[in-house]
Design a protein around this ligand. Structure first.
Ligand code: MLT
Length: 314
């Protein structure tokens, strides 16, 4: 009886603001996607969702912090392909296990990437950049959001496929890397198509290739996929999603997933995401179980990809 009374005394979730840890600098793609989704999901659950930027080491610092947080339904991690998929294959010592230390809550839509260069760059196509890199090994600088970030991983896959070597310059997120790209301190970078778009339409950067198999005529007219002639079959997109520290209340996970699905029913919102080049997924793939399976499969996939492409922490 005592326990039952006690259980009833618990305030209904969510009784206070919820925190989502974003392990990169504010203003980058992970942050932008997280803030947009947090706003919509927060409205559905009737609580504010606060974004906490805990940047560094390709997202692994923030992920480690989230793994150690109390699984009380108030702290979550916005995770992505890098630190929740590839990191176990890249880092000799990782302070968390993406599968064992987290419960998957829901998956976000995916985003393809674009290869960007400064406005004044001599490279007008990926083929030109590859030719220059072949002639001058390790001379071209690529900015990225940290070791094991997607901008780093995709650049490494690109190097491996193109048979080139570039010099990698790591930042605490795509936003600071992008600032240096605009300023010409770095010569190229892969970034998510959605956050790169305003830089390209605003005339600050040139997009010279896409990582999607299909062209993106609405967002990036006249920009060819890498797979089109330059690197046949090359395809990459970043996956993201929300995770709870292991052992979070199951009903909270379900409530958040349901709130997300309700938010996605707003077609104006999903059309706006699609217009930015964000790739909406079939609804079943957003579910906690499907996302947990996806995470485990990606950790396995990256073991092979990282070995084949010789992606290592320097
Ligand atoms: C990445 O390259 O992994 C992300 O774009 C990092 C970020 O969101 O800043």
């Amino acid at each position: 009886l005592c326990a039952a009374t006690f259980a009833h005394a618990q305030p209904a979730w969510p009784a206070k603001p919820i925190t989502w840890i974003v392990p990169f600098a504010a203003g980058g793609p992970t942050d932008a996607m997280a803030r947009d989704i947090a706003d919509k999901v927060g409205r559905q659950v009737g609580q504010s969702i606060v974004i906490e930027n805990a940047a560094g080491a390709g997202g692994t610092i923030g992920a480690a912090k989230a793994a150690k947080s109390a699984p009380d339904g108030y702290t979550f991690l916005v995770g992505h392909m890098g630190y929740m998929g590839a990191a176990p294959s890249l880092y000799k010592k990782l302070a968390y296990d993406p599968v064992k230390d987290f419960d998957a809550v829901f998956r976000f839509p995916d985003t393809p990437l674009v290869l960007l260069v400064p406005k004044s760059s001599p490279y007008k196509t990926a083929a030109e950049l590859i030719a220059a890199a072949k002639a001058n090994p390790r001379k071209i600088n690529f900015g990225n959001a940290g070791v094991g970030s997607t901008s780093h991983l995709i650049a490494a896959l690109f190097e491996s496929r193109a048979g080139i070597e570039v010099t990698s310059i790591s930042y605490k997120g795509a936003a600071p890397a992008m600032n240096d790209l605009v300023g010409g301190q770095v010569e190229a970078m892969f970034d998510q198509s959605n956050t790169a778009l305003p830089q390209v339409t605003g005339g600050r950067l040139n997009a010279i290739a896409l990582t999607s198999l299909q062209p993106m005529p609405q967002q990036y007219p006249n920009v060819a996929p890498l797979a089109d002639k330059t690197l046949p079959g090359f395809e990459a997109a970043t996956w993201y999603g929300l995770y709870a520290p292991k052992g979070a209340p199951k009903d909270v996970v379900q409530k958040l997933h349901q709130a997300y699905l309700k938010a996605l029913a707003d077609k104006t919102w999903t059309a706006r995401m699609a217009a930015q080049g964000i790739h909406m997924l079939p609804e079943a793939q957003y579910a906690p179980d499907a996302f947990a399976k996806h995470t485990a499969a990606e950790v396995e996939k990256w073991r092979k990809v990282a070995t084949d492409a010789k992606i290592q922490i320097d």
